[in-house]
Design a protein around this ligand. Structure first.
Ligand code: 5GP
Ligand code: ZN
Length: 114
């Protein structure tokens, strides 16, 4: 997708503070962090929103969750607790139309998130 910010970050066209990359995924620090650790995990493949996922993406989304666990371990936020979030749709606060899992940690998390 030519005009997608996160496709450009994934390809390296736009710089980011990456903490992980592999064939399928890129993970990088959020530019406007909401916690001491705030990382975005994205698939390289352009998928607009969570509800565009189907059975064919079950493996992809599973791998993404396993990767979140690994990054949480690498970042030292497992013991203190961490949160993963997908915002889906404008009403939920989605502002970039390429799916991304927020991984937040390093401070106490409150509920409801608001
Ligand atoms: P959403 O609101 O769509 O769930 O999350 C988008 C996230 O992307 C926001 O937390 C925002 O701070 C982050 N973001 C937006 N533009 C950039 C950017 O250019 N670089 C990085 N690293 N993060 C960005
Ligand atoms: Zn994209």
């Amino acid at each position: 997708m030519e005009d997608c910010l996160f496709c450009k970050i994934a390809s390296g066209q736009i710089p980011s503070d990456k903490v992980h990359e592999d064939e399928q995924f890129v993970a990088f620090r959020d530019i406007n962090p909401q916690a001491p650790i705030h990382i975005l995990i994205i698939p390289r493949r352009h998928i607009e929103r969570l509800t565009d996922l189907g059975p064919a993406e079950a493996e992809l989304i599973g791998q993404m969750t396993l990767l979140a666990n690994k990054i949480a371990q690498d970042q030292g936020i497992v013991a203190g607790g961490f949160r993963t979030v997908f915002n889906c749709g404008e009403g939920a606060g989605q502002s970039v139309w390429h799916i991304h899992m927020h991984l937040l940690g390093g401070r106490p998390m409150h509920w409801p998130p608001g």
